[in-house]
Design a protein around this ligand. Sequence first.
Ligand code: ARG
Length: 595
Amino acid sequence: MNLSLEKIINHKLAACFEKLGLDKKYATVKVSDRPDLSDFQCNGALALAKSEHKNPREIAASVMTELEKDNDFAKISVDGPGFINLTIRNELIARVMDDMSADERLGCEKTDNPHTVVLDFGAPNVAKEMHVGHLRSAVIGESVQRIERFAGNKVISDTHLGDWGTPMGMIISEIMDMHPDWPYFDDNKKDGFPERLPYSVEELTEIYKKANAHCKEDENARQKARVITAKFQDGHPGYRALWKHLRNISVEAVKKNFDALDVHFDLWLGESDAHETCYEILKLAKDKGISEADDGAVIIRLDEVNKPKPPVILQKSDGGFTYHTTDIATVKMRVDDLKADEIIYFTDKRQALHFEQVFEAVEKLGLAPGVKLRHIGFGTVNGPDGKPFKTRDGGVMKLEDLIKLSKDKVRESMPSPEEAEGFSSPAEAEKYIENLVEEIAVAAMKFQDLKNNIASGYAFEIDDFAKFEGKTGPYIQYAVARINSIMRKAAAAGIESGKVTLNNKEERELALKLAQMNNVVMRAHEDKEPSIISDYAYTLAQTFSSFYNASSIMNAETKELASSRLRLAKLTRDALTLLLYLLGIKAPEVMLKKA
Ligand code: ARG
């Protein structure tokens, strides 16, 4: 059973092209640019004419004559230089609606090439608080993770914590200055270190800031941090014990943040997990003769002619490994242990060069033959002034503060527990409202991010992102809740959903919009671009609104009409719920709004 209207038309067109001896490659349609003229258009005659030096209008006319034998087309015309415009008969569109309703995937196909995809996103750093950049990575990554799973791929998500390297040495050094008597700094002590470290993540962040400032102004402090880093990476028991505490404290805080955002990972590995493999990489590079000594460091030179880039530093002169090395080693682990066929990284665009270097080194080392490596770089989140988003006092906006800000905004639109209708007590209402505020706040934040192309930056619309009108997450949640309420009323009136028939313009428009579902989801999957889904969800919600204004269910002229409209409404509800899910957003059953 084929549930995609576009594909059904493509098949018909392909059969027609074949019959006429035309190359089938050109037999594809797209949703019409001129919905007033047609439902779909085929531009294939133009391309075909070019490659075969024929007249495009003549080709189009022969296609039209052939297609006219098919009853599923209500109107076919050749327009302009040779566009074939197709209007579909309502019966076929209605049948697709019935089939979609009966299908639990709402007509969405799976990929024909299922494979294992490792997604690397979130990626916060130990002892540094998460900021809006990590928000983007987490929000986009979570959505792509859901889209890929839904498309039928095996997904393994890993947050790849920044838990290794010099910042760790810096912070250990700072703590050493503060508490030289703590047992961690005794070079001879091998075990028996305290169970816990008395720091909160906020305190750690403060310590890190101080460490950073010291290292900036003082070469001795830098040197000390470097030595500690090398020793701690090498396995110094006290430093390692201290590091473990730092990591645990951070991970706990990070998990809380990600949970609040409904962002989830299969693996909580980090740069540290690649450490042993870094030695293997070093050896492999030497054995293959692609590394060289450079001023005490070990480097791999990369393309210096076509797309020149600086070399990868595998090992620094002090013996420490780098961000390059851990990433190269991590590729090896993901290929060998996780059997990745594809690895995708989501970070700020500014890391593009880093990943180009890593991927080229991986290729030279032959670590991932046939594996697709891809970095998807996103733009920055800006404030109203077009500069990176800051707090009111000019500091970096922390993720936690952003979640709070979003919740406060949403709360402004909520009724008080006393005003809320449909609850047995204000206490019950309050509980519902609190949970609702969370779900809407997350929807507002995520949607505001995912409505933009990944590559472009966006301005945080502080006044509008949490509104219930306009292109926002709450607007779409509201649309779902509205249909839920319509369905409850219809059920109470004894109306059942039934066979779809299309009788007015708005019903037809809604059905044609719903029929795009499969294509939209597949495109979002192929392009790894959630904004394709958010755009569609928004227009679908709008189209539903026009439909419902024109087509009452409760007051429909006949029982059959009421049933047909109810089926379209339910299908829209299910489609929007699925689309929101793919964006990482929940669809509450009931929404509340201040009167
Ligand atoms: N921790 C890094 C940061 O905050 C991002 C890591 C991205 N992933 C990776 N495999 N390099 O900038």
